[in-house]
Ligand binder design. Structure first.
Ligand SMILES: [Zn+2]
Length: 370
């Protein structure tokens, strides 16, 4: 069934599931775990030393005194991609390790925050569940700017869904009990796979640099993907145990090739020139062209996508905007200015997820099903 309603979501959506906005990422990355966790301590200590060497901040600096993550990623990418050192001690190969350590810590942090919020179920979590409960999964699709698996995990819990079409030819897979090659795990034909395009990658994806195959794994197993990013030599250097948990998985087709990840980070130089990202952008465009209504719950993401030539024509007359109640006045004002200039006939709401849930529900009921 062709999805008629497309939701565009950004960080504000995942905030409802306990995940941080970009501005809070550093604090969450560096926060000490409630239980003693040597792995997290090893990673944050390593990152603190990097920030000390390159930015001259204290090794134990709190998030308040860290540089912006965008500056950290951009510095690393600019130097590593052009073969330059960042200071005497950080050669390009070291910088690539630092980038992967940072990504790995971000992935595990997102998993920890979701798990904590799932256990406590605050009022934002309840709003999110209301949204998903009222969602017509057969006629809905998502375009997400986030790497997390909030959508997959809540749809699995509330609607029993465990198949997703990421729109980039990713293959449904799992980690085997024995051996190192991941296994494909296709469901029977006819199983409904909800369209979920993730513009910046996902924490449950692994990629083969040789054959370019992209695999996706059960969303709750993203911590295994996080461990894949760190080589065993690096794990030994960092004191992570057991070493056998790291860089463990290989491509099903190219048995000698370790799988890796491709995520478009906060970097100014977003690495979007990989085949799956090109496919994702085309799939997003396709979804929006087919949809009767698009609902954007992401102000910043909307601004980014509207600046893209691919989306500018598609958005016209099709998008309802529901800025999160957490957005600042400045963000609302700038978005409204942008809307006035570029979108005709769109409606602008005043609150986020909760409004969209009821509005969409009413909207769907009023339309004949087909
Ligand atoms: Zn391969």
């Amino acid at each position: 069934m062709v999805p008629t309603h497309v939701y565009i979501v950004g960080a504000g959506f995942s905030l409802h599931a306990g995940l941080p906005l970009q501005a809070q990422f550093t604090r969450e990355l560096l926060e000490k775990p409630p239980k003693k966790n040597l792995d997290i301590t090893a990673l944050t200590t390593y990152l603190g030393e990097f920030v000390h060497d390159v930015f001259d901040h204290d090794k134990a600096a709190t998030a308040k005194f860290w540089p912006e993550l965008e500056d950290v990623f951009t510095s690393i990418d600019l130097a590593a991609n052009t073969g330059h050192h960042l200071g005497r001690c950080h050669a390009p190969s070291d910088l690539r390790m630092t980038r992967r350590v940072l990504l790995s810590r971000m992935m595990s942090m997102l998993h920890e925050r979701f798990t904590t919020a799932e256990a406590t179920k605050g009022h934002l979590w309840e709003k999110l569940d209301k949204f998903f409960m009222e969602l017509d999964v057969n006629r809905s699709a998502f375009i997400s700017m986030n790497w997390d698996t909030v959508i997959e995990r809540r749809l699995s819990a509330l609607h029993g869904m465990d198949d997703f079409d990421y729109g980039c030819e990713a293959v449904r897979s799992d980690f085997p009990a024995k051996g190192k090659a991941v296994v494909e795990h296709r469901l029977a034909s006819g199983t409904h796979a909800l369209s979920l395009v993730k513009m910046h990658g996902s924490v449950n994806w692994l990629y083969c640099d040789n054959c370019r195959q992209l695999y996706w794994f059960p969303p709750a197993k993203s911590s295994q993907v996080a461990k894949q990013l760190i080589t065993r030599t690096e794990a030994k250097k960092l004191g992570l145990v057991p070493i056998s948990d790291f860089a463990r998985w290989h491509c099903k087709r190219c048995i000698d090739v370790q799988l890796t990840t491709q995520i478009a980070t906060f970097s100014y130089l977003k690495a979007l020139d990989f085949p799956m990202f090109e496919r994702s952008w085309l799939s997003a465009e396709h979804l929006l062209r087919q949809a009767k209504s698009g609902y954007s719950l992401a102000i910043r993401s909307l601004q980014m996508t509207m600046n893209s030539s691919i989306f500018s024509s598609v958005f016209s007359c099709r998008v309802s905007i529901a800025p999160s109640s957490l957005s600042s006045q400045e963000e609302r004002k700038s978005t409204l200015t942008l809307l006035t200039a570029t979108i005709r006939g769109s409606s602008v709401g005043t609150s986020g997820v909760e409004t969209m849930a009821s509005k969409t529900s009413l909207h769907m009921v009023s339309r004949p099903r087909h």
